[in-house]
Design a protein. Structure first.
Length: 377
């Protein structure tokens, strides 16, 4: 990645030699150039980067921030992979490690330069901006790099309603900057992270969601189909892979009270939500929730049941790469006679794909849109 701040080798994680996507986009480069041209980094600067997937701009600015201010930038993100990418890219470019704050916590300012990558979820955006504003110093510049195709009128209007008058840069290579100046001193007291509470009809559960958590106002239809076709064996060590709000983990803990259940998600907000949901629904001691990229570094042959409602996109990038990694790693983590239960849209063809790692794949139940598959080694 070449910018006015130097040349860095910035990688996407997980590392994959077949990967063709870059770890940064034209919006990131535009933001770095703008910071340089406008001389926005000053000896007193405190710099906050928000929602950067692979810490490219964070690393791009780290050396200059360190030299000018003696401090490091702060990355605020909901992603475990972003945290790993920050560590990897800092280490491989000999940079000091920037601070990291997970999205359900609030970074403490006062910050006077912010680069905000807009999340796909407007609920998360509103929550982050509400907590961010009190942490800004007077005159802070908020730089929002966007790809032009993602900047529609409703998004622009939402940003104006949250941040007041905006300006935009000229577009360059299909990217543009949306800019806001915040004039007031925020006072330092942010509201708590927003949560949404709802009851799951028929299951007797109440679930709380932080703003970035998948399906935050109702049960996901895929989740519902998996719950309707729950396994009926007996299991001791259960994993809910991509646990989100923890609904599968909680129902598994209730169905198999002797079991230990581990929920894994790459979202800090998901893990925080699932942890409090398990407690609130009476299965806290039986469940443990951790952030991780799929099942990385989890013990081989350590689970006899893995439940999985896999993601089909990573932010705006749609695809089954994450699901494929989940299936491959599940095959390593299951005991010899263990079972992976997957729910997915029919058209995704998971049945054939699972056969790369599992000898026996069986369709369980039937639904017009979804299939539930049981895979064994
Ligand atoms: C379709 S949602 C399922 C959520 C929940 N299990 C349910 O059934 O409602 C998929 C979940 O996978 C998580 N996820 C995405 N990428 C992941 C990764 N690399 N490792 C672990 N979890 C991931 C997402 O954050 C999301 O919560």
């Amino acid at each position: 990645m070449v910018s006015h701040f130097g040349e860095l080798n910035i990688c996407r994680l997980p590392l994959d030699p077949r990967q063709t996507l870059l770890a940064f986009d034209q919006g990131d480069l535009l933001a770095l150039d703008y910071i340089h041209e406008q001389k926005l980094l000053q000896p007193h600067s405190r710099v906050l980067l928000v929602n950067e997937p692979f810490a490219a701009v964070t690393c791009g600015l780290t050396e200059a921030v360190k030299t000018l201010t003696g401090g490091v930038p702060t990355l605020w993100s909901d992603s475990h992979i972003a945290l790993q990418a920050l560590a990897y890219n800092a280490q491989h470019n000999d940079l000091p490690l920037a601070d990291f704050v997970p999205a359900h916590e609030t970074p403490q300012g006062a910050f006077d330069l912010v680069v905000l990558k807009l999340p796909k979820s407007h609920r998360l955006l509103k929550d982050q901006v509400a907590r961010l504003l009190p942490q800004l110093a007077a005159g802070t510049t908020i730089i929002m790099p966007v790809m032009v195709k993602h900047l529609d009128t409703p998004l622009f209007q939402l940003l104006e309603s949250l941040l007041g008058p905006l300006t935009t840069s000229l577009a360059r290579k299909k990217a543009r900057l949306v800019l806001a100046e915040k004039g007031e001193v925020g006072g330092g007291e942010s509201p708590p992270a927003q949560t949404q509470r709802w009851s799951v009809e028929g299951l007797g559960l109440t679930l709380d969601h932080y703003s970035g958590v998948f399906s935050s106002t109702r049960l996901d239809p895929g989740a519902q189909v998996l719950l309707e076709n729950f396994p009926d064996g007996s299991y001791q060590h259960i994993i809910d892979l991509g646990c989100g709000n923890g609904v599968q983990a909680i129902m598994a803990a209730k169905k198999w009270p002797q079991s230990q259940v581990v929920g894994v998600d790459e979202s800090f907000m998901a893990v925080a939500s699932a942890t409090s949901n398990a407690l609130a629904n009476g299965v806290g001691p039986q469940c443990r929730f951790i952030t991780n990229d799929c099942l990385t570094d989890m013990g081989p042959q350590s689970a006899d049941l893995i439940l999985c409602n896999p993601p089909f996109h990573q932010e705006r990038v749609v695809g089954d790469q994450i699901a494929m990694r989940m299936f491959a790693q599940a095959a390593q983590v299951l005991v010899a006679d263990g079972e992976l239960w997957v729910v997915g849209n029919r058209h995704l063809g998971y049945h054939a794909k699972l056969k790369r790692w599992f000898k026996r794949v069986q369709q369980i139940g039937s639904h017009p849109k979804f299939v539930v598959l049981k895979a064994r080694l």
